[in-house]
Design a protein around this ligand. Sequence first.
Ligand code: DSN
Length: 419
Amino acid sequence: MPDYRSSLKGSDPAIYNALVAEEQRQQDGIELIPSENYTYPEVLELLGSIFTNKYSEGYPGKRYYGGQENTDLIENLARARATQVFRGEHANVQPLSGSAMNQAVYLALLEPGDRILAMDLSHGGHLTHGAPVSHMGRIFDFSRYKTLPNSGAIDYDHVRDMALQHRPKLLLCGYSSYPRDLDYEAFQSIADEVDAYTMADISHYGGLVAGNAMPNPLDFGFDVITTTTHKSLRGPRGGLIVCKQQHAKAIDSSVFPGLQGGPHMNQVAATAFTLHKAAQPEFTEYCDLVLSNAQALARTLKVEGITLVTGGTSNHLLVLDTIDSFGLDGRDTQNLLDEVGITTNKQVIPDDPLPPFRPSGVRIGTPAATSRGMNNDDMERIAKWTVAALRCHSDRSSIASIKREVLDFCRSYPVPGIG
Ligand code: DSN
C-alpha cells in the first residue's frame, strides 16, 4: 500500500500539520457530541482507497460506465447487508449524507406541496425535517409537532390531533436532540388512520437499532427508515435508506438520477464493511454499553442536581439545561468544557427563550466515548469533571487541574485509527 501520509507531509505541509493536530485533539479530549464517533481503521483505509477513482452512476448491473465488476460487488454486498441488519426489503446505500438521503425519500414518495407532519427542530427534530430555513421546508408543506411543556416528552394524542387536522401524506419521526425512545406502534397507527406513509429518520441511533439495542421502526410496519452511517453505526460519513419493496423503484430513481450523480464508491465500500461489523455479536455489546453509559452519565448528573430535559435518557443522548443548572448559556458551557478537553455542543431546549447561537443548554452523548472503551465508572468521572468545571469556571487553577486530569485519563484510551 502507498504511504499517503508520508507523501502528504512533503507535498502539503499545511494540510499535513492540520491532520496531525486533529489527531492530537481527538486523542487528548473526551468526545461527547452524540452524533460523532470514532470509525474503524478499516473504514479509514477504504475511504482512502482507489475506489475513490471510480465513477459508477446507476446501480449494480445497470451502470452507465464500464469497469464495474468490483464496484457492483461492493454495492451488492452493502445493499444485502443493510437489508439483513435492518430487517428491510430494499436498501439504497448511495446517499452522500443525511440531507440528500431524507430529501430523496420526500421526493420519491410525495409531490411538491404535499404535507408532511414532523417533529419541530426546536423540540428535538432535525433541520432536514422541514425547518423553514431548509429548501425542503419551502418545497413541502410541513406541520410540526412539539413536546409537552412540563415533561419534554412527545404527546402522542397531540400528534394524532395534528394528523387528523392536517391530514399529512407522510408522518415523519426521528430526532437529533430528543433523549427518549419513540412509540413506533403509536406513530404507525396514527398514520394508518389518516392514510399517510411512515418514515423514521433513525440517523442518531441507527447503530443502536442495527445492534438490536433499540426497537426497529420497520418491525412496526414503517414504510421507510433512513440513517446516516457515521453516528452510532461507526461507519463512513454517508446515508442509507431501507424501505418496503413497493417503494424501491421510486427511491432508487429519486437518489439517482433524481438527486445525485456518481456515488462515492469508497464510501459505499466502507459502508459495506461497517454493516458487516454491525452484524457481529460484539457490536450488540458495544450498543448495550452505549446505552448503559448514557444511564451512568444521567445518574451522576442527577445526583449533582443538574437539570436534564425529560428528566433523563432512554437512548444515547442527554440534553442539559445549563441555564437552570449553572446560570451559564449553552455557548459559554460548550466553550468552558472545550477548555478542559470535553467536547459538547450547545443546544436549544424545548420552548427555549434564548436564541440558537446562545441557547439554554448543551447536548451530550456516549457513542464516541464508548468506542474508545470507556465504561460506566468512566462516565461517572466524566460527569463529575463536567460539573466541577462548570461550577468553578472562574477559578483558572481548578480549570487547569481538571484539564490535566482529563488529559491523563485520555492517554489510557487510544482512539481507534490513530497511531
Ligand atoms: N449534525 C447532526 C447532529 O449533530 O445531530 C445531525 O445532522
